[in-house]
Design a protein around this ligand. Structure first.
Ligand SMILES: C[S@@+](CC[C@H](N)C(=O)[O-])C[C@H]1O[C@@H](n2cnc3c(N)ncnc32)[C@H](O)[C@@H]1O
Length: 364
């Protein structure tokens, strides 16, 4: 039964997402109008449900959230990246509450087909119950580790992960049709994530859109390795540091300088100076590094070990960035199978992972 209060709150939320520019595609906006989020969050107050916020739904053993209903704004952005059409066959990895799968099912219509996978049986059961309560048909909920995708009867036209990963699975590529779209929250530099829309061309994937996002990491076989000791064991990191004389303005950190540096410089480095402290960032070289270490009065670049060259490179990178303040959504990312024929033309940064090599280029 339609709940007029929920309908009204949902209308306010969708209008807000339209006016803020998150929802631009009328088809995606009408999916958000037709599929009500409260069916997927039973027992929660409507006030909470119709806010533009992520809602945690399951905590893991270590008190870390392992499932949530994602923030509606990023869901809308990613569904737009996915460019869904009626009749598409779609795989989602990260079923969670089933809400995103329901929106996808609405967008692909009766001729389409949606498979959504979650690694936890209880979440799959709840997602099935939520989809039934919302009256959504055409969604198959499967309990599996999304690391292997899910074998399709015919290749998927679209694939989306609503959980982050630091690599791609060869099976995702293999299960996607030529020219098909994969939308994936990709962590290529520490915790910094981008939702990348890739198009498959033969054995490689080419980005068409990149936008900042924040998702919980995949569990299971493709779970990211535990953070390395960050090279923090190097003796020169424990030794004395001296000021380079270069100080970063605090607003530049908020404006995305670190994300830009991380995705454009192979020497990007994010160690912890002490186990109990938050990580710092900067550039490294063979026996030293230049790191932006927050102090009470700002963000000076400190030189560790033989890091004067890194300090000069960091200052130069910052000056260049400050001229036009480019954002990571201007980057182009290619993903090639390890050992595949990667043409690394004008590549600024290469990130090698066990299955894929990512080549990141800046706009010329
Ligand atoms: C942010 S939630 C997804 C939100 C969901 N799409 C929705 O609309 O509610 C991420 C989900 O990914 C699932 N997940 C984590 N690792 C997974 C894996 N290896 N395979 C499949 N699902 C996984 C989690 O259990 C969690 O439910």
């Amino acid at each position: 039964m339609a709940d007029p209060d929920a309908q009204q709150r949902n209308e306010q939320l969708v209008s807000q997402l339209e006016s803020s520019g998150c929802l631009r595609d009328p088809a995606v906006a009408s999916a958000f109008r037709a599929v009500l989020r409260h069916h997927f969050l039973p027992g929660r107050p409507l006030d909470e449900i119709y806010e533009d916020s992520a809602i945690m739904t399951k905590m893991g053993d270590k008190g870390v959230p392992v499932s949530s209903s994602s923030q509606p704004a990023i869901m809308g952005i990613m569904l737009q990246q996915l460019q869904l059409k009626a009749g598409h066959r779609v795989l989602e990895i990260g079923a969670g509450t089933g809400f995103n799968a329901a929106l996808i099912a609405h967008l692909v219509g009766r001729d389409g087909h949606v498979v959504t996978i979650d690694i936890d049986a209880d979440l799959c059961e709840q997602a099935r119950a939520n989809l039934a309560a919302a009256g959504i048909e055409g969604v198959e909920v499967v309990r599996a580790d999304g690391a292997h995708g899910w074998p399709p009867a015919a290749p998927y036209d679209r694939m989306i992960l609503t959980v982050s990963t630091s690599d791609l699975s060869p099976e995702w590529l293999g299960q996607l049709v030529e020219d098909g779209v994969l939308v994936v929250p990709l962590a290529l530099a520490g915790p910094i994530q981008q939702s990348v829309a890739f198009v498959r061309r033969g054995p490689a994937l080419f980005s068409t859109e990149v936008t900042t996002c924040g998702f919980m990491p995949l569990r299971g076989e493709m779970a990211p390795p535990p953070p390395a000791p960050d090279g923090g064991l190097e003796p020169w990191l424990q030794g004395p540091a001296h000021a380079s004389g270069y100080v970063l303005p605090a607003p530049d950190l908020r404006a995305g300088f670190e994300a830009w540096l991380a995705l454009t410089q192979n020497a990007y480095f994010r160690p912890r100076l002490r186990a109990e402290d938050a990580p710092v960032f900067g550039l490294r070289e063979t026996a030293g590094a230049a790191l932006v270490v927050p102090q009470d009065d700002g963000y000076p670049v400190l030189v560790f070990g033989d890091g004067d060259g890194a300090a000069a490179a960091l200052a130069a990178a910052h000056r260049a960035w400050a001229q036009t303040r480019p954002q990571v959504d201007q980057l182009h990312i290619e993903a090639h199978r390890m050992g595949g024929e990667a043409v690394a033309y004008g590549t600024d940064r290469t990130v090698r992972r066990p299955h894929f090599t990512f080549m990141i280029t800046t706009p010329s």
